[in-house]
Design a protein around this ligand. Structure first.
Ligand code: CA
Length: 230
């Protein structure tokens, strides 16, 4: 199983260091940052599986940053656990209204935080297991099956992951470097033309159904999955 990546956004150094240490020891790949500006850069860079966000930050509040993340199609699926020093009911509601998936009141035990993190990650994995479809093309993440009108489309593992990524991120251009990062993972070294090879295979597998054209080449930019083009 791959290590889950957690972004910790907390301006208080002692708490940030403590979180980084404890989450690291619990087996997570932790990226600690001190403010919203650094958080945005880190999110674009590492694509965390979850964000632990302090409410009170020096630039914009954790609540406002969470709202921004939840408005952006690229980041809205990332679970956010809000840390708050305020126990008042109103603030809790504001936190959840703002899009936080859970909140935890300071001071909290590490064990409680870890339990909340595991629960939030489990929920987001279940959401990933849904069936996505585009026209008659259906992808079932639970069974790893791709089908068109009940006929199974045989795909290699990389082509499957590519298609899964595209179907979750339609109508948006991705460069080869972005696809390598998002589909292959940031830690592998693969040449960019590898992407073209797998795109070609994926298109070939979809050609009998006429769905190869859903994957558009955008000259000088990369690729776009456009389900409306049928
Ligand atoms: Ca703070």
């Amino acid at each position: 199983m791959t290590q889950k990546k957690i972004l910790v956004v907390e301006d208080e150094r002692a708490i940030r260091d403590m979180l980084a240490f404890n989450l690291g020891r619990a087996g997570y790949d932790v990226r600690p940052v001190a403010d919203a500006r650094e958080a945005r850069a880190a999110i674009a860079d590492v694509h965390p599986d979850l964000v632990v966000m302090d409410w009170m930050l020096p630039d914009i509040s954790g609540l406002e940053l969470t709202r921004q993340l939840k408005r952006d199609g690229e980041t809205k699926e990332i679970p956010v656990i809000m840390l708050t020093a305020r126990a008042e009911e109103d603030d809790r509601i504001a936190g959840l209204d703002g899009g936080a998936d859970d909140y935890i009141v300071k001071p909290f035990s590490q064990r409680e935080l870890l339990a909340r993190i595991r629960a939030a990650l489990r929920r987001s994995t279940v959401a990933d297991g849904e069936v996505v479809s585009a026209a008659d093309l259906k992808l079932d993440a639970a069974s790893h099956r791709v089908s068109v009108r009940d006929a199974e489309v045989a795909l290699g593992p990389t082509e499957y992951r590519l298609l899964e990524f595209f179907m979750h991120h339609p109508d948006r251009v991705y460069s080869r470097a972005q696809l390598l990062d998002r589909v292959w993972g940031g830690n592998v070294y693969v040449e960019e033309r590898t992407v073209d090879v797998h795109i070609r295979r994926l298109r070939k597998a979809l050609t009998p159904y006429g769905y190869d054209r859903l994957i558009r080449t955008v000259r000088g930019a990369g690729y776009r999955f456009s389900p409306q083009q049928t």
